[in-house]
Design a protein around this ligand. Structure first.
Ligand code: SF4
Length: 238
């Protein structure tokens, strides 16, 4: 059994290895359109993967290209993405992002980001309206294989319960902790396996600690196994 007071980098290595054994090495998804990935991530805010995919497919079907989305009446964009939820907030955000990219670059190509240092590329992306570190990191990691670690709600919850980050750490703080203590080659599998684990086992409301391959590494389970197995009152979703 691992020492409960393992150094952080060693503990992350144990967690990574256990998750690989439980869920395998995630297949790489091909990203041929970084702007599309950016828009898809904006659409995914506060909704399910299924609704995100439907809203994105509807947007692509109703407009021939990104220029048409940018120039369309905002109501028409909102109608196209309605099934994804929060359409009246996401439509102007999407158009604002497209407008800013077009005004600063003259087109809708983001491939040049791959030539930048990761922090510079991240800064440029989060300067876009409504784009935060999670969205920027998804584009950088998934489309350009750059060393950025996205922290979504599952990653945020699981890492804090495990004690890889303080209980009150923000998603941006978790991002920095993992980026500092894990090798970049782990970012892609670790991100996706944390999400799998959060969805299947370390659920927000009733974590299945009795089925968890990480229980002996988990600070929350070690300090309070019974209440955690029954409810999530100790760790509320932000
Ligand atoms: S032991 Fe429970 S709280 Fe800890 S990671 Fe596993 S499921 Fe989550």
């Amino acid at each position: 059994m691992p020492d409960p007071d393992l150094a952080l980098a060693t503990k992350i290595a144990f967690v990574h290895q256990r998750l690989l054994e439980a869920y395998g090495e995630p297949a790489r998804r091909h990203c041929s359109d970084p702007v599309g990935s950016l828009i898809q991530t904006i659409l995914s805010q506060n909704t399910s993967d299924i609704n995100t995919a439907r809203a994105y497919a509807s947007l692509r079907a109703q407009f021939p290209d990104w220029r048409a989305v940018m120039n369309a009446p905002t109501d028409a964009v909102a109608d196209a993405i309605r099934m994804g939820g929060l359409a009246n907030q996401k439509a102007p955000r999407i158009q604002g992002v497209l407008r800013t990219i077009h005004e600063t670059r003259g087109d809708f190509d983001l491939d040049w980001l791959a030539e930048m240092p990761v922090e510079e590329a991240r800064r440029w992306l989060i300067s876009l309206p409504g784009v935060g570190n999670k969205t920027a990191s998804i584009v950088l990691l998934f489309c350009f294989n750059m060393p950025a670690f996205p922290v979504d709600t599952h990653v945020h919850r699981v890492t804090r319960r495990l004690g890889l980050a303080p209980a009150k750490a923000t998603p941006d703080q978790v991002m920095r902790i993992i980026e500092t203590h894990a090798p970049p080659s782990w970012f892609y599998p670790l991100h996706l396996n944390f999400i799998r684990h959060g969805r299947r086992i370390c659920k927000a409301h009733k974590p299945r600690c009795d089925q968890c391959v990480l229980a002996d590494l988990c600070d929350a389970f070690r300090t309070s196994p019974s209440p955690l197995a029954e409810s999530s009152t100790l760790y509320r979703e932000p």
